[in-house]
Design a protein around this ligand. Structure first.
Ligand code: UDX
Length: 441
């Protein structure tokens, strides 16, 4: 099928390349000429495992191209809209400027029977407000939220755990136009459909809410375990054992019960805030009032990590050499948007510590946002002479491959703060380190 993907950021670039990899003929469109130039050369604009390969493959097979000209979307049967919906400046609501601009720019190139598939994460009610403009061209709007995780984005796009399509409906069922749109989307996702991937058809509002409520649930799960970590800290309990034990209950599950410095990234923080703002507008602020607590618990964990370092250093970080292992908001990513790791590094710097940051992928991005910090590519060089070390992103380089005795040979001090509870406390203590975890005795 001929497809267009409007917006070639994280979501769009991966979506375009992934759709080409399953045989479609795809054009990716973005207003950022530099991004389009890089993508056209086959250069992935960010670190995402597997993306480089499918980009190169799609381009050389002639199935994938990129353009800054919206006119190139004309002729595609399905137009995906995957532009950003950042947090508004000076508020919590989502900024829909890019979604509106993308749809307006696309309208002149739509034809009768085309599908516009919204993928951006939007406040509930957005699709309804866009549908009229789109149907006036003879095209149909569907809302097809994206659940990809950074670091697994290619796999999540090609082989998602579920597909959701919000379509024009009447009386709780897709109307004729909606049913046609569903059939087309099933063709688009033919590989996943053939595998029997759940394909859930809803109205617009439900589809929009599926996305935000999934992210709100995940954020809540992380903050729940971090709240337990706070209680563990005053009782001497160990939150990681607690998580293992409650995680065996299949109704609870162990995933996303990793206590530590909390969640960050381009989605969870902004999505829970936008959801709160939208619920307020709908007069149902109290229904998701807990998301405010979720946000606050999450942010407190960064203070806690900083406190652990300062406390271990004897009450002051001033002029102390602190090595920060990690800058990305999570491993397998070079994304530093709202990264708790980088925030902890910057706060330690603000307390007068001489902070050295290392990360396998995110240094370039981190330097742009926090030029005041010292960055070192090589992990061992970064560790040399450190008075204290803190792990804030659980890359394998730190979690599995860093031997405590080897680290002890490099550092001056023997303080290790485990901001992700990803190290083996016994092994580090045996090598002479003062190990401090998050919510662990
Ligand atoms: C998230 C959703 O998982 C995804 O479905 C949605 O499409 C986009 O938002 P992503 O932002 O890539 O994906 O990251 P995710 O893996 O969810 O992690 C978010 C943050 O939570 C990271 O900072 C991570 O370190 C943190 N986290 C995750 C924890 O602190 N503890 C955990 O147990 C799990």
């Amino acid at each position: 099928m001929r497809l267009s993907v409007i917006g070639c950021g994280y979501l769009g670039a991966v979506h375009a390349a992934a759709m080409a990899s399953i045989g479609h003929d795809v054009v990716g469109i973005d207003v950022d000429a530099r991004k389009i130039e890089a993508l056209s050369r086959g250069d992935a604009p960010f670190f995402e495992p597997g993306l480089q390969e499918i980009l190169t493959e799609g381009i050389s097979a002639g199935r994938l191209r990129f353009s800054t000209d919206m006119a190139d979307a004309a002729g595609a049967a399905v137009h995906f809209v995957g532009v950003g919906t950042p947090q508004q400046k000076g508020g919590y609501a989502a900024d829909l400027t890019y979604v509106n601009a993308a749809v307006d720019a696309l309208l002149p190139y739509l034809s009768e029977g085309d599908i516009v598939a919204g993928k951006s994460t939007v406040p509930v009610g957005t699709a309804e407000s866009l549908a009229g403009r789109i149907s006036a061209t003879g095209a149909t709007l569907v809302w097809n939220p994206e659940f990809l995780r950074e670091g697994w984005a290619v796999q999540d796009t090609v082989d998602p755990d579920r597909l959701v399509a919000g379509v024009p409906s009447a009386g709780g069922e897709p109307d004729e136009e909606g049913a046609r749109a569903v059939a087309l989307l099933r063709e688009v996702y033919h590989t996943a459909v053939a595998k029997g991937t759940p394909f859930i058809v809803t109205d617009y509002a439900t589809a929009e809410l599926v996305k935000v409520s999934a992210n709100a649930f995940l954020a809540t799960k992380i903050s729940f375990i971090n709240a337990m970590a706070e209680i563990a800290e005053v009782t001497g309990a160990d939150v990681t054992q607690l998580a293992d034990a409650i995680g065996h209950d299949a109704r609870i599950g162990r995933r996303f019960l990793g206590a530590g410095i909390g969640f960050g990234g381009g989605c969870l923080p902004k999505d829970i805030r936008a959801f709160s703002a939208r619920a307020e507008e709908l007069g149902r602020g109290e229904s998701v009032a807990f998301l405010r607590e979720v946000d606050e618990i999450n942010l407190r964990r960064r203070d806690r990590a900083v406190h652990l370092v300062v406390d271990a250093l004897g009450g002051s970080a001033y002029t102390k050499k602190v090595t920060v292992l990690g800058a990305a908001f999570k491993p397998h990513s070079d994304d530093i948007r709202d990264s708790p790791a980088l925030d902890v590094a910057a706060r330690l710097h603000g307390l007068g510590a001489e902070v050295t940051v290392t990360d396998p992928e995110a240094i370039e991005n981190a330097r742009r946002v926090h030029p005041q910090l010292t960055y070192v590519e090589d992990r061992d060089t970064a560790l040399r002479g450190a008075d204290a070390v803190i792990v804030v992103t659980e890359w394998d380089e730190y979690r599995r491959e860093l031997d405590p005795s080897h680290a002890a040979d490099l550092a001056s001090g023997r303080i290790i703060v485990d901001g992700r509870n990803c190290l083996d406390p016994a092994a580090w203590r045996a090598a002479g380190w003062d190990y401090r975890g998050m919510g662990r005795p």
